[in-house]
Design a protein around this ligand. Structure first.
Ligand code: AG3
Length: 287
């Protein structure tokens, strides 16, 4: 039975002709209009808190672990010794939290254009921002495109692109020039990972992301799918590229088995399984 005067938050995915709604416990509980976007926080009845940017769900308390673990651990375990990491976007700090779990990591720089995303995450998702004062972490509120463009060549081991959809402030992060700059900023064995939307409804975009990575010089590419109930179609992906000659199949499986930290979704066998691309996706994105 629905409560009386029930309230819902709905994300409309107009191009896909669908929408998804969450029953709310109250009206919007917080919101900020930054120079870049409109950020809103809702208290849902079953997914905890929900952050939306310009009407699109960014994360919920209940299921953000899926996305944040899959945006980080496969890339970090695909690198032999990840020490220097950059996160482009990621203002809610969920990816940062996962990266800091790796003892090899000496420095993580997070560059999100919008400080307000982090300020709201500190208030409403403190479980994600709890490691922000780790001495290895630097939080910059700046343009990630420019930061990567100006980054020293061969200076990073892993670049994580945890962006919004490719409209609005994040558009340039899906362009070839930015990915070429990432390639240059990575060390010879570097690994890139970019959030690449839904395998079911964004195949042309995924193909474009892979085309950018291929054109930049990345050798092996892999699109890892994972469930993400709060995003359109309930299914999402992360596309990995390796700068070195090695195959992404050769990740540090034993280290992933023996990892000294807890995860809820990621594990070594899950990682291995996620490397197998579904047939329709493999066909749809092949170049
Ligand atoms: N990154 C946003 C993924 C895009 C979601 N799209 C949508 N709901 N239409 C999430 C940031 C989490 N750190």
């Amino acid at each position: 039975m629905l409560p009386e005067n029930h309230l819902w938050f709905t994300e409309y995915h107009a191009p896909g002709g669908m929408a998804q709604s969450w029953l709310l416990e109250a009206e919007k509980i917080d919101a900020r209009r930054s120079p870049y976007q409109h950020i809103e926080i809702y208290q849902t009845a079953s997914f905890g808190k929900l952050m939306a940017i310009d009407g699109c769900v960014m994360l919920t308390t209940r299921d953000n672990f899926l996305y944040h673990e899959m945006m980080t651990h496969p890339a970090l375990f695909s690198h032999a010794d990840p020490q220097h990491v950059a996160i482009i976007g990621g203002g809610d700090c969920g990816a940062l939290l996962e990266v800091l779990k790796h003892a090899t990591v000496q420095q993580v720089t997070q560059i999100d254009i919008d400080e307000q995303v982090t300020r709201l995450a500190e208030i409403h998702f403190p479980e994600l921002t709890q490691s922000n004062d780790d001495a290895r972490a630097s939080l910059l509120f700046d343009d990630g495109l420019a930061w990567i463009r100006n980054a020293e060549s061969n200076s990073l081991d892993v670049i994580i692109i945890d962006s919004t959809d490719p409209i609005g402030p994040a558009e340039g992060l899906f362009g070839p020039a930015f990915i070429a700059d990432c390639y240059r900023a990575l060390k010879p064995q570097g690994v890139i990972v970019q959030q690449s939307e839904s395998p079911l409804i964004h195949q042309p975009l995924i193909k474009g992301i892979r085309g950018n990575m291929r054109a930049a010089g990345f050798g092996d590419l892999r699109t890892l799918g994972f469930p993400q109930p709060c995003y359109p179609s309930g299914w999402w992906s992360a596309t990995l590229g390796s700068k070195g000659a090695g195959s992404l199949d050769e990740f540090r499986y034993d280290d992933a088995i023996n990892k000294a930290f807890a995860t809820l979704y990621y594990n070594a066998d899950l990682h291995r399984g996620a490397l197998a691309e579904p047939t329709f996706l493999r066909d749809g994105i092949s170049d």
